[in-house]
Design a binder for this molecule. Structure first.
Ligand SMILES: Cc1ncc(COP(=O)(O)O)c(C=O)c1O
Length: 400
């Protein structure tokens, strides 16, 4: 049977692999050789699940959205990652990686962040485990996700604003990798998404796969069967989507539909729709689809949403897109904003701007009334209130 899981060399089809500078080779090899044994050990699993339960508040609810279901003519369930401690799915992965870092004897933690959710999650687990933490963040994101910057600082992390490029997630990641190259032995780099050199994409997907593990038993309880007809999520680097689909990857009864950031429009120069318009290249240690010029220079991405503003997508999703296993639609800023207000008014849930890109897939679908749809709300919208307020006059309230 064809599988969409990773192969032994760290590839999903032709995407993935480990493309790292020589200075990091030993560190990445060491992680590759040790991580599976550690995350499958009883010791690790006990601590990981105990923290997910008592600290994060898992399982996150699977909520039947009645009014949205009526509007879209389906049975819509929302997987509420927005209700996790720290406000997004990112904490699932951060907890797993900090436990791993500790077991590998690392003394210092670094991370990159876009929307600040991964930065906050990392700063949180570093406070919990009493480890020093440095978070790299593009200077533009420092401005537009200011509340998260203050949260990270209050948690004791050092936030390092990055002034290169367009001062967003790609630039923060470049800087974090530079730091890692200078301190390969004692530093653990907690990557926040299913990107980077193997084994990161698979490791992050596995640490987020608690989402689909829960969907299985929650759906069984609520509908009598353990699989949906559709799974939907937004994609930046790909971690909440990977977690949502992980246990269903090879189950063809389940259709996968994902929303990436179309920005001002997929064919404008203000977009981050790398799966739809990108070409194959190497970025941040992995062979993926990237937005690049003909001579391989990265095209600066754009999205209203800091967490989706990245010029590539992780290798698992590149393969799902290329093989047709997942349908990936580009969602514009305007569509995402409209959907954020719609969820707020119909269900009383203010979603993160990133998650609004998943919600904006709904008007583009043609469902049957009985179709069971599970859509992951990856985070809550508190951090995006400023953006929502500045666009509130552009919303079509009559259409809600
Ligand atoms: C709430 C939220 N959802 C989604 C994303 C996108 O990341 P990923 O594709 O890894 O889930 C982010 C990234 O910052 C985020 O904060």
């Amino acid at each position: 049977m064809k599988t969409y899981k990773v192969d032994e060399d760290g590839f999903y089809g032709s995407f993935g692999g480990t493309y790292v500078p020589e200075i990091l080779y030993k560190t990445v090899e060491d992680l590759k050789n040790k991580y599976e044994d550690i995350i499958e050990s009883e010791d690790f699993l006990n601590e990981y699940y105990q923290l997910l339960r008592d600290y994060v508040g898992r399982p996150s609810p699977l909520y039947f959205a009645k009014r949205m279901s009526e509007k879209y003519g389906c049975q819509l369930y929302l997987k509420r990652e927005d209700l996790n401690h720290t406000g997004a799915h990112k904490i699932n992965n951060a907890i797993g990686q900090i436990l791993l870092a500790r077991k590998m004897g690392k003394k210092r933690i670094i991370a990159e962040t876009g929307a600040g959710q991964h930065g906050v999650a990392t700063a949180t687990v570093c406070a919990l485990m009493n480890m020093p933490c440095r978070v790299y963040m593009g200077a533009l994101d420092v401005e537009r996700q200011h509340v998260n910057v203050e949260r990270m600082k209050m948690l004791g992390a050092e936030v390092f604003p990055v002034e290169s490029g367009n001062m967003t997630l790609k630039d923060a990641t470049n800087e974090a990798i530079r730091d890692w190259c200078c301190h390969p032995a004692d530093t653990f780099y907690i990557i926040g998404s299913t990107v980077g050199p193997h084994p990161y994409p698979e490791m992050v997907a596995r640490l987020q796969s608690v989402i689909s593990q829960e969907i299985m038993f929650q759906l069984k309880e609520k509908t009598g069967r353990d699989y949906p007809d559709y799974l939907m999520a937004c994609v930046g680097g790909g971690s909440n989507a990977a977690g949502t689909i992980y246990h269903y990857l090879d189950d063809k009864r389940v259709k996968i539909v994902l929303g990436e950031a179309g920005g001002m429009g997929m064919y404008t120069d203000k977009t981050a729709a790398s799966l739809n318009i990108g070409t194959v290249g190497i970025l941040h240690g992995s062979r993926i689809k990237v937005m690049q010029t003909e001579d391989g220079q990265i095209i600066e991405p754009y999205s209203i949403s800091a967490g989706l503003d990245y010029p590539g997508t992780g290798p698992m999703h590149c393969n799902l897109f290329d093989t047709g296993r997942a349908k990936v639609l580009a969602i514009t800023d305007k569509e995402a904003l409209q959907s954020a207000f719609e969820l707020t008014r119909l269900e009383g849930i203010i979603p993160a701007l990133e998650s609004s890109h998943a919600l904006a897939l709904l008007p583009k679908m043609k469902f049957q009334k009985d179709d069971v749809v599970v859509l992951t709300v990856s985070g809550r919208g508190d951090k995006d209130l400023g953006t929502y307020l500045s666009h509130k006059n552009e919303i079509d309230y009559e259409a809600i």
